[in-house]
Write a protein that binds this ligand. Structure first.
Ligand code: GDP
Ligand code: IMO
Ligand code: MG
Length: 441
């Protein structure tokens, strides 16, 4: 009989967490895809289809929102963990999109019985609430993420396992939707969502995904015991963490490394390595403080060259200089083993580069950010200026081939953030990287 608590059969196992160090869109999808050829499984542990992870392989672009970025590697199991909020419509759309590319996602996908279901009424509430907030809107992706997590914490959510029990499904859904429709009609003056239609859709969805539903924690325990390598794919970024981010301008899950444990069921000592995907500059989508934001021609340059448009909502991303004060916090929040720097090539050709090393806050020079949005909004960045480089780093695969000024910029990043650099991404394609350390060795 298979045991979940026996001795390790091999000590070759490696559990690697890959997550965003800033406000999301650092290039996580590209790096997860790249590393997937070395692993048995990829796990999403938080967030939902608010994420947009771009993979470019031989010029062909795939954007994934909910399905783990390992899906393009046949034979790799892709898990949706308990910490994820799952939209049935979004999942089926993505499965269909992948099918049109010749990828049979169902043959690789497994879903936790404990994942929370996003209902159409969550989407309606998310959007109604944002409209009602007016100028104080958070700028959510409007995908129902926040309301779904609210219901999870309020202990009234519908979970994937409930879809297989008709009585449980109807009872839980009815109670939840009564509350949602009360909010929609009474608080927001919006139309109610039809219960019977939602029930029928969920009943059908339950039948469709039944073969994929499993105990993800038990499977991960078995993979650990069998000495397998597993990659945990974060969504969003550390500064969007509901506890440690720029609250209230955050998402509704724990995006930091602890989320990989609570969102999949493994314990903290099971994690061997935390790789923080870190853009060589800073971007943010949606509202909230951003001390190093640039609204001048340099900001526009970063947006244009970096093609900084949201992969989920198509919104323009706000751009700014590298901020090592927030990264110092991120390194701590995630016990970050190393960073992977992305989009270095976007800095090519800039005459000089600024790095934010400290903030001025309440008349004092500080090296660690204050908590929350209100105080961060008061922080004035203090910069150090470094010379740029006129050579191109795009597509570079060797450290020695990088311009000396680019090498110096990266070394300064390491020193200021307090974390080493294991990888450098120099272009959007899977193969455009400088690998300094094999993070799965
Ligand atoms: P994610 O949400 O963290 O997976 O990142 P997104 O996919 O939302 O955004 C990253 C964007 O940058 C995508 O369009 C990627 O194709 C692109 N990208 C990733 N790495 C690099 C890089 O090193 N250089 C350039 N120029 N683009 C990159
Ligand atoms: P990936 O995984 C960037 C932002 C939204 C908004 C806030 C809350 O591609 O990096 P939500 O819909 O989650 O309630 O919105 O979080 N946001 C992201 N920003 N990248 C993402 O994902 C994001 N997912 C959510 O713009 O400011
Ligand atoms: Mg993204």
């Amino acid at each position: 009989m298979a045991s979940h608590c026996g001795e390790l059969e091999s000590d070759m196992s490696k559990f690697l967490v890959v997550l965003g160090s800033q406000w999301g869109d650092e290039g996580k999808g590209k790096i997860v895809d790249l590393l997937t050829d070395q692993v048995s499984a990829v796990v999403r542990f938080q967030g939902g289809h608010n994420a947009g992870h771009t993979l470019i392989i031989n010029g062909q672009k795939t954007v994934l929102h909910l399905i783990p970025s390992g899906i393009l590697h046949p034979g790799v199991t892709c898990y949706i963990g308990n910490g994820v909020v799952l939209s049935p419509d979004a999942l089926m759309h993505e499965v269909d999109d992948l099918k049109s590319q010749g990828v049979d996602a169902f043959s690789q996908l497994k879903i936790s019985t404990q994942s929370t279901i996003i209902l159409p009424s969550h989407v309606a509430i998310d959007q109604a609430r944002e409209r009602a907030r007016g100028g104080n809107a958070i700028g959510t992706t409007g995908r129902g993420i926040g309301p779904a997590y609210e219901d999870k914490v309020a202990r009234r959510a519908l979970r994937v396992g409930d879809l297989l029990d008709a009585g449980q499904l109807e009872q839980t859904l009815r109670a939840q939707m009564e509350w949602h429709n009360f909010l929609l009609t009474q608080q927001f003056g919006e139309a109610a969502i039809d219960f019977e239609e939602t029930l029928a859709a969920l009943t059908g969805f339950g039948k469709t995904i039944k073969p994929l539903i499993c105990n993800v924690t038990a499977e991960l325990a078995a993979l650990k015991r069998a000495g397998k390598k597993v990659l945990f794919e974060g969504a969003q970024g550390a500064l969007l963490d509901v506890d440690h981010g720029t609250y209230p301008f955050v998402t509704s899950s724990n995006t930091t490394a602890g989320g990989a444990c609570t969102g999949s069921g493994i314990g903290p000592r099971a994690i061997d390595y935390v790789l923080g995907i870190t853009k060589a500059y800073t971007t943010r989508v949606g509202a909230g403080p951003f001390p190093t934001e640039l609204t001048d021609s340099v900001g526009k340059h970063l947006a244009n060259v970096g093609k900084e448009k949201g992969a989920t909502t198509g919104r323009d991303r706000r751009c700014g200089w590298l901020d090592t004060v927030i990264l110092r916090q991120t390194v701590v929040n995630n016990s970050m083993t190393a960073m992977c720097i992305t989009k270095l090539d976007v800095l090519d050709g800039l005459e000089e580069l600024k790095i934010c090393t400290h903030y001025e806050f309440n008349g004092e020079k500080i090296d660690f950010p204050p908590a929350g949005a209100a105080d961060l909004a008061q922080c004035v960045p203090i910069y150090e200026t470094m010379p740029g480089w006129s050579e191109t780093t795009a597509g570079c695969t060797e450290w020695s081939a990088l311009p000396v000024n680019a090498q110096n910029y990266l070394k300064r990043m390491e020193a200021l953030c307090g974390a080493k650099i294991a990888m450098i991404s120099t272009g959007p394609d899977r193969l455009e990287n400088v690998i300094l350390e094999d993070v799965l060795a």
